[in-house]
Design a protein around this ligand. Structure first.
Ligand SMILES: [Zn+2]
Length: 118
């Protein structure tokens, strides 16, 4: 449910489909804020956002996210990142040849079981 707010920047959700253009004259993509203050909040930014030649065009799509919701998003993002990092380091430690040996043993077992069933 969307609640109209007094904090309006002239863009209502219905108008989001028509993409605005930034000062470079390029179609402005929908970006998602990653800053702590506005985590998860969508905005239209310069097509070269954060890159060389960025015109600093900036327009919020979502109205301000309530602080508690934003805190949750930040918390989830951080946890997600931590999980990604730990699974990455686990992957690095996995011994591939050990896995292959394990697979061969399982296959041999399977073959034996099939013979027993036949
Ligand atoms: Zn631009």
């Amino acid at each position: 449910m969307r609640v109209p707010t007094s904090e309006s920047n002239g863009v209502t959700p219905n108008e989001v489909n028509s993409e605005p253009t930034c000062y470079c004259g390029l179609q402005s993509p929908i970006l998602i804020a990653k800053t702590r203050k506005n985590a998860g909040r969508r905005f239209h930014g310069c097509a070269k956002f954060d890159g060389p030649g960025c015109c600093n065009f900036f327009m919020w799509i979502d109205s301000k996210i309530p602080d508690h919701a934003r805190d949750m998003i930040v918390d989830l993002l951080e946890r997600n990142q931590a999980l990604g990092e730990s699974s990455q380091s686990r992957r690095d430690k996995v011994n591939v040849s050990l896995l292959l040996t394990e697979m061969k043993t399982q296959k041999a077992k399977n073959g034996r079981l099939k013979k027993e069933l036949a």
